[in-house]
Design a binder for this molecule. Structure first.
Ligand SMILES: Cc1cc2nc3c(=O)[nH]c(=O)nc-3n(C[C@H](O)[C@H](O)[C@H](O)COP(=O)(O)OP(=O)(O)OC[C@H]3O[C@@H](n4cnc5c(N)ncnc54)[C@H](O)[C@@H]3O)c2cc1C
Length: 447
């Protein structure tokens, strides 16, 4: 912050400032508020949810290690609230196993364990949901927890004094505005605050996607065709994937609204998810590709003949950009070998996240949560699903409140206290490693 910035009005002041209202940010804000902090939540867009709503990424997965549910906490409240509205679908426990029948019944909801090599892949605890239900749930939780929400506030600079973050500056329609706080949680997904505050980061990049939805799809007919005429289906599906130019095998999935499917494609490599030029080009390219696929399946794919284009997601789907280089950088080996850390504070699937991976090395009173956490890009690729990002947020909120209660640096908060509070609020801190964890070692060994 420069000397001229003294003229910027301070529009809010709170114990904790959370920057970025995606899945990780909303969870962080709720967690901090429930632990007694006053909280301001800043978001650049008009909605909350980030990729989970604006990006139309509509399946919560990576919550199980085999049969064991290992991701829990505030994410469960999202599932329960959306289920109550009929806007979330979870396979019942009795259907969660591997069989051809269950695969046919459930795979087009995206609730199968796609990390398993076995075929058919087992049906597991996962949740298909509606994007607007996610936005409503986020707003409800924010209001119920008395969080000071400021939408339309684009973070532009960090206020750093004596090596510690003291707040942030946002660009708004009303000009620049300052928001001061004792602890800042960066949940922008792109390390925006950490970078501005002078923390080390690395540059990751991966495919981007303009997710879109089709309506009036006869999903029963589409599934019948897939399972009862597999050779003909494979031929048409191959061509559809060729036209979109990169897609997972299951490029369309059901949503809670009958006849509406979401399409997790196209895969567009070579785009930098923070570059204005690249993101602009991606809007054009994504739309061209999705219209090509739409026209082809409407002509050729049983079940899609009466479908229509509902449109692309509000936000281009960005998976990886800048990643924090924090006190510990999680490696691909850590993830694939299911390495357990003594200071594990949360987990996803079969991997563990140490508290140090949320902490920048140089900057004080700043913590990050979400897809830009401190990991190698190849590790993040395997560990960035929505629920694990949310538990990181839950940890960040608890850590902020502990630091404030103890009048200490957030990096000095005792991870055991975080683990304890995670359990107290119904979240799994991953402190008890599963049987398939490896390298159960001490902090001293892993430093
Ligand atoms: C196409 C695609 C498919 C995926 N498929 C799945 C899947 O099937 N299941 C799954 O669980 N995960 C999936 N993922 C991964 C998952 O969606 C993300 O990793 C996760 O949602 C990230 O959450 P986050 O809160 O960390 O970040 P984000 O959702 O990116 O949230 C960041 C928030 O910060 C805000 N923000 C950013 N910069 C600023 C700023 N300067 N000022 C103010 N606000 C700012 C953003 O607007 C946004 O609201 C997919 C991702 C993509 C892109």
């Amino acid at each position: 912050m420069t000397s001229t910035d003294k003229n910027i009005p301070v529009v809010a002041q709170s114990d904790v400032v959370v920057v970025g209202g995606g899945a990780a940010g909303v969870t962080a804000a709720v967690s901090a508020a429930r632990n007694g902090c006053s909280v301001t939540l800043l978001e650049r867009y008009h909605h909350l949810g980030g990729m989970a709503s604006g990006g139309m990424v509509l399946v919560l997965d990576d919550m199980v290690n085999g049969k064991e549910i290992v991701v829990s906490g505030i994410v469960d409240e999202f599932v329960a609230r959306m289920q109550k509205e009929g806007m979330a679908v979870v396979p019942p426990e009795e259907d969660r196993y591997a069989s051809d029948e269950m695969y046919r019944k459930w795979a087009r909801w995206g609730v199968h364990d796609f990390h398993q090599a076995q075929k058919p892949q087992p049906i597991v605890y996962a949740c298909a949901f509606d994007p607007d239900a996610w936005k409503r749930t986020s707003l409800d939780l924010v209001r119920e927890n008395n969080i000071n929400l400021r939408l339309h506030s684009w973070f532009s600079d960090a206020i750093v004094e004596d090596g510690a973050v003291k707040g942030v500056i946002c660009q708004t329609k009303m000009g620049r505005q300052a928001i001061r706080g004792d602890i800042v949680i960066d949940t922008t997904g792109d390390c925006d605050v950490a970078m501005a505050a002078g923390a080390d980061f690395s540059q990751g990049q991966y495919i981007v996607t303009t997710v879109f939805r089709l309506a009036n799809v006869d999903t029963d007919e589409a599934e019948r065709f897939e399972h009862e005429e597999p050779e003909e289906f494979a031929k048409i599906n191959r061509q559809a994937r060729r036209i979109i130019g990169g897609a997972w095998e299951m490029w369309w999935l059901k949503t809670p609204i009958p006849g509406v499917v979401w399409c997790n494609c196209p895969h567009m490599p070579g785009y930098d998810g923070v570059s204005v030029e690249d993101l602009t080009k991606a809007e054009y390219e994504g739309r061209e590709r999705m219209m090509g696929l739409f026209e082809y399946v409407r002509e050729n794919m049983p079940g899609f003949k009466q479908s229509y284009m509902l449109g692309a997601a509000e936000q281009v789907g960005v998976r990886t950009t800048r990643m924090l280089q924090g006190e510990y950088v999680v490696t691909k080996d850590d993830i694939v070998n299911r390495r357990y850390f003594e200071d594990t504070v949360c987990r996803g699937r079969d991997y563990y996240t140490p508290y140090r991976a949320l902490l920048p090395r140089q900057v004080d009173q700043l913590i990050v949560a979400g897809r830009h956490y401190s990991a190698e890009p190849e590790a993040q690729k395997r560990s960035r699903e929505i629920p694990p990002c949310m538990v990181q947020g839950e940890v960040a909120g608890i850590a902020a409140s502990l630091a404030l209660q103890e009048n200490s640096m957030i990096r000095d908060v005792d991870y055991r206290k975080i683990q304890k509070q995670m359990r107290a609020q119904g979240a799994d801190p991953g402190d008890i490693p599963s049987a398939n964890a490896t390298g159960v070692d001490s902090l001293a060994q892993s430093a």
